[in-house]
Design a binder for this molecule. Structure first.
Ligand SMILES: Cc1cc2nc3c(=O)[nH]c(=O)nc-3n(C[C@H](O)[C@H](O)[C@H](O)COP(=O)(O)OP(=O)(O)OC[C@H]3O[C@@H](n4cnc5c(N)ncnc54)[C@H](O)[C@@H]3O)c2cc1C
Length: 409
């Protein structure tokens, strides 16, 4: 064997898993074709991520959070509204006693993970693309584009929602196109955001304003995730700056009296087609799927990478325990335990984000009234509100050790 575990894909999830496994004493090889310098450029993916409190516990446990925290903006309030109609659901972190989570630019997350990875022994980073997979009763072999190969008792596919490894392992998956695209950019605005995240639901899809840490010079900034029909996104994306800003301002609210004041988009604009992808199984002989390779969900609730971090916490716990007991780390039994543990959470999050998007992204007569009645009801039912908040924070269900509060872990 060349190593104990091969991870195909060194993205936000694959690198976190590599660190967690290596800290547990396992030898790991992470294979990714993208040069690190490219992944760390601010213009690489342009996204910001809402990182839940549960994920912060995982990132702290693996020693990455200390590098990320200085760039992380706590979310203190969340406001959810139906288009520009009166009334909204307001979630306040005062009701749960800690920030809901944090908004962080993805390149800051990646950098923090790389710093933690460099400080961990037992990880071999291989630059290359996995193009083939061989499985037998003892091991999996990853074949790389350059003709080389690596063999280990377990291969973990963390190669994203278009995972080739999932296909090669013969795991069927389901894809549903939302016929929506997300336009992503960063804005600067006149008024401070005070940690407020806004989600407005328009018939074409959700529009989110996510608070970012101000710049060193004190400039107020937020991230934008603006959903449009897939056929219309390009026309907005290509607008000249002043017209693009005017479209943003129209959705965000009045420049003179609105919460954020005057807004301007800065930097590059990005566009992501939105699709649901769910793998029928998370395991195959000598193979496990994690992150978007297992489940790619709608960004409506900012939960995709948080689900991936929960995969990391569960799989690392099971494999490290298996290794400590001297048992086979790629056995059918341990992989089946991983699948059982992760299936419900991943399926329920995929289904709830899908339902939420369908419920709000339409113009069906009468639906707006039903939506608003539901929002008023939720806003006036503190226990229901609290349940939603703790769910979004990733703090419900059978939590792995890395996610338990420090005193319980
Ligand atoms: C607009 C938008 C907004 C989002 N906002 C949020 C949010 O606020 N909060 C949140 O939790 N989630 C959010 N998400 C989801 C989140 O971005 C994803 O869940 C996350 O990026 C998945 O990480 P991953 O590591 O599984 O996959 P990826 O990030 O796709 O990484 C896959 C890695 O595998 C590598 N790779 C690919 N093929 C191969 C191969 N053949 N061999 C080796 N390596 C390979 C790639 O180079 C890449 O580095 C959002 C998504 C979108 C589209």
């Amino acid at each position: 064997m060349d190593t104990e575990i091969i991870i195909a894909g060194g993205g936000l999830v694959g690198n976190a898993l590599a660190i967690a496994l290596a800290q547990g004493g396992l030898d790991v090889a992470v294979i990714d074709p993208l040069p690190r310098t490219q992944q760390l450029e601010a213009g690489f993916d342009g996204r910001t991520s809402a990182i839940s409190s549960g994920s912060v516990r995982i990132l702290s446990h693996i020693g990455a959070w200390q590098h990320i925290a200085p760039f992380a903006q706590p979310i203190h309030d969340i406001r959810v509204c139906d288009q520009d109609k009166p009334g909204y659901v307001h979630y306040s972190d005062k009701d749960v006693g800690e920030p809901f989570g944090y908004i962080i630019e993805n390149n800051r997350l990646r950098r923090g993970l790389y710093l933690a990875l460099e400080a961990t022994s037992g990880i071999r980073c291989v630059s290359g693309k996995v193009t083939g997979l061989l499985q037998d009763s003892h091991a999996a072999t990853a074949q790389l584009e350059d003709g080389s190969s690596l063999r280990a008792p377990l291969l973990i596919a963390a190669d994203g929602r278009f995972s080739k490894l999932r296909e090669q392992a013969g795991i069927p998956h389901r894809v549903i196109s939302y016929h929506q695209s997300a336009i992503v950019c960063v804005i600067e605005h006149a008024q401070p955001h005070e940690g407020l995240a806004l989600e407005k639901f328009y018939p074409v899809g959700p529009f989110a304003v996510l608070p970012l840490k101000p710049t060193e010079e004190g400039t107020n900034r937020s991230g934008i995730v603006w959903t449009e029909h897939e056929d219309d996104a390009a026309q907005y994306l290509d607008l000249p700056d002043t017209e693009f800003d005017a479209e943003l301002q129209r959705r965000i609210g009045d420049a003179a009296t609105g919460y954020w004041g005057e807004v301007h988009a800065v930097g590059k604009r990005f566009c992501y087609p939105l699709k649901l992808m769910h793998a029928e199984r998370f395991i195959a002989p000598r193979v496990a799927l994690v992150g978007d390779a297992a489940h790619g969900i709608h960004p409506i609730a900012g939960q995709g990478v948080n689900l991936g971090y929960r995969d990391v916490a569960v799989l690392a716990q099971l494999l490290v325990e298996q290794r400590r007991l001297g048992l086979d780390i790629g056995s059918e039994e341990v992989l089946a335990r991983y699948q059982r543990w992760r299936r419900f959470d991943s399926f329920s999050m995929t289904a709830s984000t899908d339902i939420l998007n369908r419920l709000f992204s339409n113009n069906i007569p009468g639906m707006s009234l039903i939506r608003r009645a539901g929002m008023v009801a939720v806003d006036n039912l503190p226990p229901v509100k609290k349940f939603f908040m703790r769910h979004a924070m990733g703090l419900v269900g059978d939590l792995p050790k890395m996610m338990q509060p420090p005193e319980a872990a």
